[in-house]
Design a protein around this ligand. Structure first.
Ligand code: HEC
Length: 155
Protein backbone atom coordinates (compact mmCIF):
# COMPACT_ATOMS: atom_id res chain seq x y z
CA UNK A 1 0.00 0.00 0.00
CA UNK A 2 2.76 2.42 0.99
CA UNK A 3 4.51 1.68 -2.27
CA UNK A 4 1.35 2.29 -4.24
CA UNK A 5 0.88 5.65 -2.56
CA UNK A 6 4.50 6.46 -3.31
CA UNK A 7 4.05 5.60 -6.97
CA UNK A 8 0.85 7.63 -7.15
CA UNK A 9 2.53 10.68 -5.64
CA UNK A 10 5.47 10.25 -7.95
CA UNK A 11 3.16 10.19 -10.95
CA UNK A 12 1.28 13.24 -9.69
CA UNK A 13 4.47 15.20 -9.13
CA UNK A 14 5.77 14.26 -12.58
CA UNK A 15 2.46 15.31 -14.13
CA UNK A 16 2.54 18.62 -12.33
CA UNK A 17 6.13 19.10 -13.47
CA UNK A 18 5.23 18.54 -17.11
CA UNK A 19 2.15 20.75 -16.84
CA UNK A 20 4.21 23.52 -15.29
CA UNK A 21 6.77 23.79 -18.06
CA UNK A 22 4.47 26.08 -20.01
CA UNK A 23 4.09 28.50 -17.12
CA UNK A 24 7.62 28.28 -15.79
CA UNK A 25 8.64 31.66 -14.35
CA UNK A 26 11.78 32.88 -16.07
CA UNK A 27 14.59 34.52 -14.11
CA UNK A 28 14.80 38.18 -15.11
CA UNK A 29 17.80 39.45 -17.06
CA UNK A 30 18.57 41.93 -14.26
CA UNK A 31 18.53 39.25 -11.56
CA UNK A 32 21.96 40.14 -10.24
CA UNK A 33 21.58 43.92 -10.53
CA UNK A 34 22.07 45.74 -7.23
CA UNK A 35 18.92 46.91 -5.45
CA UNK A 36 17.83 50.42 -4.53
CA UNK A 37 20.77 52.07 -6.27
CA UNK A 38 21.06 55.71 -5.22
CA UNK A 39 18.80 55.41 -2.19
CA UNK A 40 20.17 55.92 1.28
CA UNK A 41 18.94 52.98 3.26
CA UNK A 42 20.34 51.60 6.47
CA UNK A 43 21.38 47.94 6.56
CA UNK A 44 18.56 46.79 8.85
CA UNK A 45 15.80 48.22 6.65
CA UNK A 46 17.56 46.98 3.54
CA UNK A 47 17.72 43.49 5.02
CA UNK A 48 14.00 43.57 5.82
CA UNK A 49 13.10 44.72 2.31
CA UNK A 50 15.28 41.98 0.90
CA UNK A 51 13.64 39.38 3.04
CA UNK A 52 10.02 40.45 2.61
CA UNK A 53 9.65 42.37 -0.63
CA UNK A 54 12.28 41.63 -3.26
CA UNK A 55 10.70 38.39 -4.43
CA UNK A 56 7.94 40.43 -6.04
CA UNK A 57 9.43 43.90 -6.24
CA UNK A 58 12.75 43.33 -7.92
CA UNK A 59 14.32 41.22 -10.58
CA UNK A 60 16.17 39.23 -7.92
CA UNK A 61 13.19 36.94 -7.29
CA UNK A 62 14.33 33.81 -5.47
CA UNK A 63 12.35 31.12 -7.22
CA UNK A 64 11.91 27.98 -5.13
CA UNK A 65 11.31 24.51 -6.48
CA UNK A 66 7.56 24.85 -5.93
CA UNK A 67 7.56 28.13 -7.86
CA UNK A 68 7.85 25.93 -10.92
CA UNK A 69 5.00 23.62 -10.11
CA UNK A 70 1.50 24.41 -11.23
CA UNK A 71 -0.61 26.04 -9.80
CA UNK A 72 2.02 27.94 -7.78
CA UNK A 73 3.90 28.73 -11.01
CA UNK A 74 0.89 30.52 -12.48
CA UNK A 75 0.29 32.49 -9.32
CA UNK A 76 3.98 33.36 -8.94
CA UNK A 77 4.41 34.51 -12.53
CA UNK A 78 1.37 36.75 -12.29
CA UNK A 79 2.22 38.31 -8.94
CA UNK A 80 5.88 38.81 -9.67
CA UNK A 81 5.10 40.48 -13.00
CA UNK A 82 2.47 42.68 -11.38
CA UNK A 83 4.59 43.44 -8.33
CA UNK A 84 7.59 44.47 -10.44
CA UNK A 85 5.41 46.66 -12.60
CA UNK A 86 4.27 48.62 -9.56
CA UNK A 87 7.57 48.80 -7.78
CA UNK A 88 10.94 47.46 -8.85
CA UNK A 89 13.93 47.88 -6.56
CA UNK A 90 16.23 46.68 -9.35
CA UNK A 91 15.18 49.71 -11.42
CA UNK A 92 15.29 52.32 -8.69
CA UNK A 93 18.11 54.29 -10.29
CA UNK A 94 16.02 54.67 -13.46
CA UNK A 95 13.03 56.09 -11.60
CA UNK A 96 12.44 59.81 -11.84
CA UNK A 97 12.58 61.72 -8.61
CA UNK A 98 8.82 62.10 -8.75
CA UNK A 99 8.36 58.37 -9.10
CA UNK A 100 10.72 57.64 -6.21
CA UNK A 101 8.81 60.01 -3.95
CA UNK A 102 5.53 58.46 -4.98
CA UNK A 103 6.82 54.92 -4.43
CA UNK A 104 8.16 55.85 -1.02
CA UNK A 105 4.77 57.13 0.09
CA UNK A 106 3.12 54.04 -1.36
CA UNK A 107 5.52 51.84 0.61
CA UNK A 108 4.67 53.82 3.73
CA UNK A 109 0.94 53.27 3.13
CA UNK A 110 1.34 49.58 2.45
CA UNK A 111 3.40 48.81 5.53
CA UNK A 112 1.26 51.03 7.73
CA UNK A 113 -1.88 49.19 6.66
CA UNK A 114 -0.14 45.81 6.86
CA UNK A 115 -1.11 45.10 3.22
CA UNK A 116 2.35 43.99 2.14
CA UNK A 117 3.79 41.43 1.78
CA UNK A 118 0.69 39.88 0.21
CA UNK A 119 -1.07 37.49 2.53
CA UNK A 120 -1.06 34.66 0.00
CA UNK A 121 2.72 34.94 0.08
CA UNK A 122 3.26 35.00 3.84
CA UNK A 123 1.14 31.90 3.99
CA UNK A 124 3.93 30.14 2.09
CA UNK A 125 6.70 32.29 3.60
CA UNK A 126 5.80 33.10 7.21
CA UNK A 127 9.34 34.44 7.72
CA UNK A 128 8.54 37.28 5.32
CA UNK A 129 5.96 38.75 7.67
CA UNK A 130 6.93 42.12 9.07
CA UNK A 131 7.09 42.56 12.81
CA UNK A 132 5.47 45.83 13.99
CA UNK A 133 8.98 47.09 14.65
CA UNK A 134 10.18 46.30 11.14
CA UNK A 135 7.08 47.92 9.65
CA UNK A 136 7.78 51.07 11.69
CA UNK A 137 11.44 51.03 10.62
CA UNK A 138 10.46 50.83 6.95
CA UNK A 139 7.87 53.56 7.47
CA UNK A 140 10.34 55.98 9.02
CA UNK A 141 12.93 55.16 6.37
CA UNK A 142 10.42 56.20 3.65
CA UNK A 143 9.90 59.52 5.44
CA UNK A 144 13.64 60.18 5.78
CA UNK A 145 14.36 59.19 2.21
CA UNK A 146 11.55 61.37 0.84
CA UNK A 147 12.80 64.36 2.80
CA UNK A 148 16.29 63.74 1.54
CA UNK A 149 15.06 63.68 -2.07
CA UNK A 150 13.00 66.83 -1.56
CA UNK A 151 15.97 68.63 -0.01
CA UNK A 152 18.14 67.55 -2.87
CA UNK A 153 16.18 69.98 -5.05
CA UNK A 154 15.22 69.51 -8.66
CA UNK A 155 17.00 66.98 -10.75
C1 HEC B 1 3.97 37.91 -3.33
C2 HEC B 1 4.38 39.08 -3.98
C3 HEC B 1 4.56 40.37 -3.20
C4 HEC B 1 5.35 40.59 -2.10
C5 HEC B 1 6.19 39.60 -1.33
C6 HEC B 1 5.25 42.01 -1.81
N1 HEC B 1 4.42 42.60 -2.73
FE1 HEC B 1 3.99 44.57 -2.89
N2 HEC B 1 2.74 44.22 -4.47
C7 HEC B 1 2.52 42.98 -5.04
C8 HEC B 1 1.52 43.11 -6.10
C9 HEC B 1 1.00 41.97 -6.94
C10 HEC B 1 1.16 44.48 -6.14
C11 HEC B 1 0.17 45.15 -7.07
C12 HEC B 1 -1.23 44.82 -6.75
C13 HEC B 1 -1.67 45.21 -5.36
O1 HEC B 1 -1.52 46.37 -4.98
O2 HEC B 1 -2.15 44.30 -4.66
C14 HEC B 1 1.95 45.14 -5.10
C15 HEC B 1 1.89 46.49 -4.83
C16 HEC B 1 2.73 47.14 -3.95
C17 HEC B 1 2.81 48.57 -3.81
C18 HEC B 1 1.97 49.58 -4.55
C19 HEC B 1 2.84 50.27 -5.54
C20 HEC B 1 2.13 51.37 -6.27
O3 HEC B 1 2.83 52.32 -6.61
O4 HEC B 1 0.92 51.28 -6.50
C21 HEC B 1 3.76 48.83 -2.86
C22 HEC B 1 4.24 50.17 -2.37
C23 HEC B 1 4.25 47.55 -2.39
N3 HEC B 1 3.62 46.55 -3.08
C24 HEC B 1 5.19 47.41 -1.40
C25 HEC B 1 5.63 46.20 -0.90
C26 HEC B 1 6.53 46.07 0.21
C27 HEC B 1 7.12 47.24 0.99
C28 HEC B 1 6.72 44.74 0.41
C29 HEC B 1 7.54 44.08 1.49
C30 HEC B 1 7.27 44.47 2.85
C31 HEC B 1 5.94 44.03 -0.59
N4 HEC B 1 5.28 44.95 -1.36
C32 HEC B 1 5.88 42.65 -0.76
C33 HEC B 1 3.14 41.81 -4.69
C34 HEC B 1 3.99 41.63 -3.60
Amino acid sequence: MKRLIGVLFGALAAGAGVASVATRPAPAPGASAPLLVGARVDPAVFATLRRSCVDCHSEATRFRWYSYVWPVSTWTTKHVAEGRLHLNFSRWAEYSKWRKERSLSEIANQVEDGDMPLRQYTWMHPDAKLTPREARAIFSWTQRERLRLINEGDR
